[in-house]
Ligand binder design. Structure first.
Ligand code: F58
Length: 830
């Protein structure tokens, strides 16, 4: 019998598909390799091995999935439906093994076959079905919903091509197609019978039905089909498996026989090609949203399939549709699914024959809306003409919702015509637009922001009129992240130390980490803490060496900024600090500075030229700094290409310093800030988004604060902010900007970075120059603090110890309590 130190001895009756012993896993692996992959060990490729293991793990999840569905059906429980155009779940294999508690058993089983578990985990390509924070938040929420045993189903789009792969050529970002489905996806289960038709275009006709009631019929121009493809999402340490149901677009029937028979072979095939386009590719968050017909079509497509599916599920309960809101709470992740308000009205009225008031009664009690941005350019709106040409029936419904809504506004605020036009769902100030955030506010019973500051600013600015009208709809739900993926899975060394110190189970009850405070000053504990950090820093150094051929020093301060590249996030403020340090060293080569490694990661939207120029700048500065013997051993600059969830799991644990330096008032919440702190990084940050609450939790003495507040930013703008004056009055800033303009970082080309410099000196929309002095002063304090390892380690421990508020379990608990009114439904295995 093989040695087996982690699990009970194999039961003779243990099922090969569900058994949890080393022996069962080993046999199941070989079985899947043979009968699913058609291979045997001697000839298996990495892909074969990875899939054999994935199917082995999936089998065990399917058992729990079936038990979950049966439990949900039996209890007819209240269910959360989460609608999101984006999901960034990260690689599944490691996480699923963690949730099942089977990682070490699998490691042993594979080792017996001469295979390395970590290599198979590393092999997996992740589904990049999102741009950044919003999609990753949806994935953390799915993890928490399942872990808290909340009945939930998440809906989205199964993009064939996810977020582009970022390559760097000569310091410039180039985009390559993501082909995550190339070798198939072992985690998904296709449900060909769960499919719905989705209409598009055409016109509407009114008629009187048999009861002489006025009705509208939509005569669409085209029909598509959406097919469900499910991915099981297992909670940590429980049997709950919720579904991530993604829709894939197809032609209604795969072949147009009429066209075929009349000889139009290519026309017949063409229909299918056009249908598939809908779920073909994820939109990167490029600047102007407007005019993108396909994007509106994608939104309508996944929303319509999802609502039809929810209605079907509801009808299996035998309850009338007028009680839909008692069965489901539907959360809209930003406005991307906001068309749901009109689509549910259409389904209830046109298809299921409810009258308007009944339908509105259901709709307005079903949906809740989360806002993720204050940036005016990111608020979705569609040209009325385009909207009408794609969704003529929906436009009629939106008009009717709007007319009734504006009557209510006039009643509450007579004599305030401005308010009426400000609040209208249709913007008529120039060319006409459908404002999706307004549709969401009108059609939802709850509206929330994602951090305390963001929720307050929402109520005071972009959604002020709605807050005046319906203050009770508004609340805050500060974001959180899952400690399972971002602590346990990413940082096994830290996990082992935490297990030993506060006992296992902290990842489901992060409050327990408070016990770490007692150990924050113990030399032995500090020593272990530092050893774990050093180990992760060495691992990242190895990765940097392998991928970029750059050697970095694991004992230097790792100063990391990893997130989408955007001017409001101010990666270029970070670069100005690097230039300032470089300049200090060039002018005074003997200067004793704290050695630092600056690490960046993040994608720029393909059409966002300034963001791409910032990436080029990081490389330009890196090329000079990394080659200059005068600063060797003291400064290094690294850009990690193709930042992803997978890469993030290497980055967070290795960080000493987390850069959260957005212009105050611009970052709705941020979630990377939380992941860094949980892994013991200290934050340098502004009072923006969730930074405010992180600082409150960890204590101001354990957080490096700098910069203007949101109010000061507004005041500076109102008072006619003049960046050029700041440039002229601060010698270190002037020096840094002059060096940037000199061509030094562009091989003598003085034009390359001119757009960047010109914008900073003349506009500086994000107030880099206003915050520069404060940032530099703060960075000097960071450098000083890092020289005292005892003090630094204490701060690092206290950061991790005080992160409980930022577990997505807390966030989901609040959504359940305040918005969804959903409670746990435990699942037992038969
Ligand atoms: C992000 N939004 C916020 N949008 O910027 C961030 O502060 C917050 O922490 C996070 O949401 C979660 O609440 C975000 O990631 C997008 O990526 C959009 C995707 C669709 C196109 C427009 C951008």
């Amino acid at each position: 019998m093989p040695k087996n130190s982690h699990a009970a001895p194999p039961q003779p009756a243990e099922d090969i598909r569900t058994g949890m012993s080393v022996e069962s896993i080993r046999r199941a692996f070989l079985d899947n390799l043979f009968f699913v992959q058609g291979r045997f060990l001697q000839v298996a490729s990495s892909d074969d091995e990875y899939k054999a293991l994935a199917f082995t793990i999936r089998d065990r999840m399917l058992q729990r999935w079936v038990a979950t569905i049966q439990t949900y059906q039996k209890t007819n429980c209240r269910t959360v439906a989460y609608l999101s155009a984006e999901y960034l779940p990260g690689p599944h294999l490691g996480n699923n093994m963690l949730s099942l508690g089977i990682t070490e058993v699998a490691r042993e089983a594979l080792a017996e076959l001469g295979l390395d578990l970590d290599a198979l985990i590393a092999y997996e390509e992740e589904p990049g079905l999102g741009n950044g924070g919003l999609g990753r938040l949806a994935a953390c929420f799915m993890d928490s919903l399942a872990t808290l045993q909340i009945p939930a189903i998440s809906y989205g789009i199964r993009y064939q091509f996810g977020i582009f792969n970022q390559h760097i050529r000569d310091g410039w970002q180039t985009e390559l197609t993501d082909t995550w489905l190339r070798f198939g996806n072992p985690w998904e289960v296709r449900r060909p019978h769960v499919a719905y038709e989705v209409q598009l275009g055409g016109h509407t006709e009114s008629y009187l039905d048999d009861n002489n009631r006025y009705r509208v019929r939509w005569v669409p121009h085209e029909t598509f089909r959406g097919v469900a493809i499910d991915t099981p999402i297992l909670g940590y340490g429980v049997n709950t498996v919720n579904a991530l149901r993604l829709w894939s677009a197809e032609a209604p029937e795969s072949f147009d026989f009429h066209a075929f028979n009349t000889g139009d072979y290519f026309g017949a095939v063409n229909r299918e090609i056009r249908s598939e386009t809908i779920s073909k590719v994820l939109y990167p968050n490029d600047e102007p949203e407007t005019g993108k017909r396909l994007r509106l079509l994608q939104q309508h497509f996944f929303v319509s399939c999802s609502l039809q599916d929810l209605i079907r599920i509801h009808q299996t309960t035998k309850l009338p549709l007028t009680k839909l809101h008692e069965k489901f709470s539907i959360q809209l992740n930003d406005t991307h699914p906001a068309i749901a308000v009109a689509e549910l009205m259409r389904l209830l009225i046109d298809i299921h024959q409810l009258d308007w008031d009944e339908a509105w009664g259901v709709t307005s009690r079903t949906f809740a809306y989360t806002n993720h941005t204050l940036l005016p350019e990111a608020l979705e709106k569609w040209p009325v003409e385009m909207f009408e040409s794609l969704l003529p029936r929906h436009l009629q419904i939106v008009y009717e919702i709007n007319a009734r809504f504006l009557d209510e506004v006039r009643l509450r605020f007579p004599y305030d015509a401005d308010r009426v036009s400000r609040m209208s769902i249709i913007d008529e100030s120039g060319p006409r637009w459908v404002r999706m955030a307004h549709l969401a506010c009108v059609g939802c019973f709850a509206i929330n922001g994602v951090a305390a500051l963001h929720s307050r600013l929402l109520q005071e600015t972009v959604l002020k009129d709605f807050h005046d009208l319906w203050p009770n709809k508004f609340s805050n739900k500060t974001n959180g992240v899952t400690p399972r993926r971002f602590m346990m899975l990413s940082n096994p060394g830290l996990t082992a130390l935490l297990d030993r110190t506060v006992g296992r189970g902290w990842a489901r009850d992060l409050d327990r980490l408070r016990q770490l405070e007692e150990h924050a000053d113990e030399p032995a504990f500090q020593e272990e803490w530092r050893a774990i950090k050093l180990d992760r820093k060495q691992a990242l150094a190895k990765l940097v060496q392998e991928r970029l051929g750059i050697e970095i020093d694991p004992t230097s301060l790792y100063d990391i900024q990893a997130k989408r590249i955007h001017e409001y996030k101010r990666q270029h403020l970070n670069v100005l600090h690097i230039i300032a340090l470089y300049s200090r060293l060039k002018r005074n080569p003997g200067l004793d500075i704290t050695p630092r490694t600056f690490i960046f990661g993040g994608k720029a939207a393909p059409g966002y030229h300034m963001a791409k120029l910032i990436i080029k700048l990081i490389h330009g500065v890196g090329d000079i700094v990394n080659r200059d013997p005068d600063v060797a051993g003291r400064l290094k600059v690294v850009f990690l290409p193709n930042y992803s969830v997978k890469l993030a799991q290497w980055v967070y644990p290795a960080a000493d310093l987390s850069e959260q330096i957005s212009t105050a008032g611009k970052e709705a919440s941020g979630t990377g800030n939380m992941k860094f702190s949980m892994n013991g990084a200290l934050t340098i940050g502004t009072l923006d988004g969730a930074n405010v609450e992180i600082r409150d939790e960890v204590g101001p003495e354990n957080f490096f604060l700098f910069g203007l507040t949101a109010e000061e930013v507004e005041r500076a703008r109102a008072d006619g902010y003049r960046p050029y004056d700041v440039y002229e009055s601060d010698p270190e800033l002037k020096d840094a900007i002059d060096l940037l303009s000199s061509g030094l970082f562009a091989r003598g080309d003085r034009e390359l970075f001119r757009p960047l410099v010109d914008h900073l000196l003349n506009h500086d929309s994000y107030l880099l120059l206003a915050d520069f002095a404060s940032y530099i002063e703060c960075q000097d304090r960071v450098a000083e603090a890092y020289r005292n390892p005892t003090q630094w380690t204490r701060m690092s421990i206290l950061n991790a110890a005080r992160m409980s508020k930022f577990s997505s379990d807390r966030t989901i608990g609040e959504y359940c309590r305040d918005i969804w009114h959903a409670s746990p439904v435990p699942v037992k295995l038969p």
